[in-house]
Design a protein around this ligand. Structure first.
Ligand code: NAI
Ligand code: OAA
Length: 148
């Protein structure tokens, strides 16, 4: 690990277990947080100035934990830490484009919250282009965004 990190300007962390392994949300969280924490402790020692890009899920939590690891050792720089959160947005854009029957490229669905089940909050009222759903029509994008 040390050899892989020394001298690096950018570290991308995709290590971890994905959702599909029949694990509970807690399992996913505990395993991935442990992996990311170990990697970040090594980054803090070997390449403390590197930009760190975290993919491991749930990314909204793993990025915060990474920040805490760096704060503890005094290398935290918010400008050098980021996570990839576009996945839920890309999926939501696709589902909504399907329901509206419009070109995916012109749809933007803001998502806030987390990355697991009901913690994912698609802001259907803020969609671009502006649109309105009946309750029934909103069921498909909402439930599909949460479970996909
Ligand atoms: N933020 C995003 O947009 C995305 C995030 N992910 C997340 O990325 C993670 C990996 O997903 P996949 O690539 O589909 O899984 P995968 O099982 O195909 O790959 C995981 C990799 O992590 C490695 N790994 C496991 N434990 C490790 C450790 N302790 N130290 C170093 N490497 C280790 C494995 O050897 C494997 O190469 C998951 O948490 C998944 O949810 C996946 C896709 C998109
Ligand atoms: O876990 C994975 O394979 C990637 C991911 O985050 C998702 O599909 O929601």
């Amino acid at each position: 690990l040390k050899d892989a990190l020394i001298g690096m300007d950018l570290v991308i962390i995709p290590a971890g277990v994905p959702h599909k392994h029949g694990l509970t949300k807690d399992d996913l969280f505990n395993i991935n947080v442990g992996i990311v924490k170990t990697l970040c402790e090594a980054i803090a020692k070997c390449c403390p100035k590197a930009i760190v890009n975290v993919l491991s899920n749930p990314v909204n939590s793993t990025v915060l934990i990474t920040a805490e690891v760096f704060k503890r050792v005094g290398t935290y720089d918010p400008k050098r830490l980021l996570g990839v959160t576009m996945l839920d947005v890309v999926r939501a854009n696709m589902f909504v484009a399907e329901v509206l029957g419009v070109d995916l490229r012109y749809v933007d669905v803001p998502i806030i919250g987390g990355h697991v089940g009901i913690t994912i909050l698609p802001l259907l009222s803020q969609i671009k282009p502006p649109c309105s759903f009946t309750l029934k029509r909103s069921e498909y994008p909402s439930s599909t965004i949460l479970t996909s």
